[in-house]
Design a protein around this ligand. Structure first.
Ligand SMILES: Cc1ncc(COP(=O)(O)O)c(C=O)c1O
Length: 356
């Protein structure tokens, strides 16, 4: 497979994929492991697909360090489906859910919960345009069915590098930093991550739930909206997105082969050289000022003059760099440094910043 024409893709998601993953996916599209069927034709209830799901679950358990107290399933509907399903399943009608509002996605998740019960914005950095993390008050969530956190704020480039102390089951949207570093995943009662950033392609979402939390399900729901039904059907309650789950398997194998510790140190290196170049340039300014709040995954910054912007855009085009525009609501630039982005790519970007 010819990969040398590929652009240096810093998009926030769908994000770049490793060449090895693209090559394996390409081969499987033609013939899945000598079966005479394309992966796109593979029956979702057949043994071959069950094997894919089983290996995905096993790798998530291994890489996230999860024990038998967790259930794992793979779903469609993206992050927004989880925004709705979490309160649907766990927020009683007369109950309350706490949301740590550190960005747009956290806010949208909270908005979804208002359909099922009441919500408490336990802290928010909205007045600061989400350019820093809010401060979680002591004893947060003591009257809540759960507290929801977004561990990495894709749009603004902030990230929680520690697990905040709360007094309720903790639910996390890890869509943009899952498996980017080793962390204690078992501290969460439920975590979910859309696949299109660090775990593969759109159309698949990982959900991991502690059995104890699952037992707190609060209402009777149609099976498609009920976590227990997805788990008891082993992620094939309906026709599964076979190809997207297979892409996640390829990514999980790739992450395991590289090692989470190496991935984490590369992610730290990539973000530190990029932030360092921005800080030392008169032509750019980082959006997130507090070093401890900065994301290793999404680096957001602006050009200080229209001339610098033009020069930077031209140099990126020339270097075949793509996907560096900021989110439409934040403006400026956003460089996403997910696991598949190489240190060499970031060095190219840094060279451009330093040459202006
Ligand atoms: C942290 C986070 N959560 C949720 C979403 C929404 O995911 P989806 O578009 O799959 O609903 C995104 C999208 O980028 C995200 O970055």
């Amino acid at each position: 497979m010819k990969t040398d024409h590929r652009k240096l893709n810093f998009n926030a998601g769908p994000a770049t994929l490793p060449d090895a993953v693209l090559e394996a996916a390409n081969a499987a599209i033609y013939d899945y492991e000598g079966s005479g069927l394309s992966i796109l034709e593979l029956p979702h209830r057949g043994a071959a697909f069950q094997k894919i799901v089983t290996e995905c679950n096993m790798l998530v358990r291994e890489l996230c360090g999860l024990g038998d107290d967790f259930e794992i399933c793979w779903m469609q509907g993206g992050g927004r489906m989880q925004f709705a399903m979490i309160p649907m399943n766990f927020l009683p009608q007369n109950g309350k859910a706490g949301y740590i509002v550190s960005g747009h996605w956290a806010e949208e998740a909270m908005q979804n919960a208002t359909y099922y019960g009441s919500v408490d914005s336990i802290c928010s950095s909205k007045s600061l345009h989400f350019t820093e993390l809010p401060i979680v008050p002591p004893n947060a969530g003591s009257d809540c069915a759960y507290v929801h956190i977004t561990t990495n704020n894709t749009i603004y480039g902030t990230q929680w590098h520690h697990v905040p102390q709360v007094n309720a089951p903790l639910v996390a949207d890890m869509s943009s930093d899952i498996l980017s570093a080793s962390r204690d995943y078992s501290r969460y009662d439920l975590f979910y991550a859309v696949a299109q950033k660090n775990l593969g392609i759109a159309g698949n979402c990982l959900v991991a739930i502690k059995k104890e939390f699952l037992a707190r399900q609060v209402r009777s729901l149609p099976p498609i909206l009920d976590y227990r039904a997805h788990i008891s059907e082993n992620s094939v309650l309906n026709t599964a997105n076979v190809f997207a789950i297979y892409a996640s398997l390829l990514m999980l194998r790739w992450i395991k082969a590289r090692g989470l510790t190496n991935i984490e140190s590369d992610n730290k290196l990539k973000s530190s050289i990029l932030y360092h170049a921005i800080e030392n340039s008169a032509h750019f300014a980082a959006h997130v000022r507090k070093i401890e709040d900065r994301s290793l995954m999404n680096v957001c910054f602006s050009a200080t003059t229209p001339e610098a912007r033009t020069l930077f855009d031209e140099a990126c085009k020339e270097a075949r760099i793509t996907g560096v525009s900021g989110h439409r609501s934040a403006g400026g630039y956003r460089v996403s440094l997910y696991n598949a982005v190489s240190v060499d790519w970031v060095r190219k970007l840094v060279e451009i910043i330093e040459s202006l």
